[in-house]
Design a protein around this ligand. Structure first.
Ligand code: SF4
Length: 93
């Protein structure tokens, strides 16, 4: 029997998160951007519509896991989409 996933259903290997070091680096980088922006007096959170728009793009992305994490950055997307400084690592939003 072939070990092939249906095209629309990402297999477990495709939904593998980055390693712990990579995720820690991403978290540090994103946190730094948020703090830096806040220290400059900029707002840190996006409006609800932008947050909803971003998460709607993630929900149909093949890199979005059932636990609502992104396999590119390892982030919890419900949290990440809320910040002004956040970006999709592959440019989808
Ligand atoms: S952040 Fe980008 S790559 Fe990650 S799940 Fe969302 S759309 Fe996909």
């Amino acid at each position: 029997m072939d070990n092939v996933c249906p095209e629309e259903t990402p297999c477990a290997e495709e939904l593998k998160l980055p390693g712990m070091i990579e995720m820690a680096k991403n978290l540090m980088k994103d946190s730094g951007k948020i703090v830096s922006s806040a220290l400059q007096g900029n707002k840190t959170l996006v409006e609800d519509e932008i947050r909803e728009h971003r998460i709607s793009i993630c929900r149909v992305c093949p890199k979005f896991t059932p636990e609502e994490r992104c396999t590119e950055c390892g982030c919890f997307m419900k949290v990440k989409v809320a910040f002004v400084t956040s970006v999709c690592p592959i440019g989808k939003w």
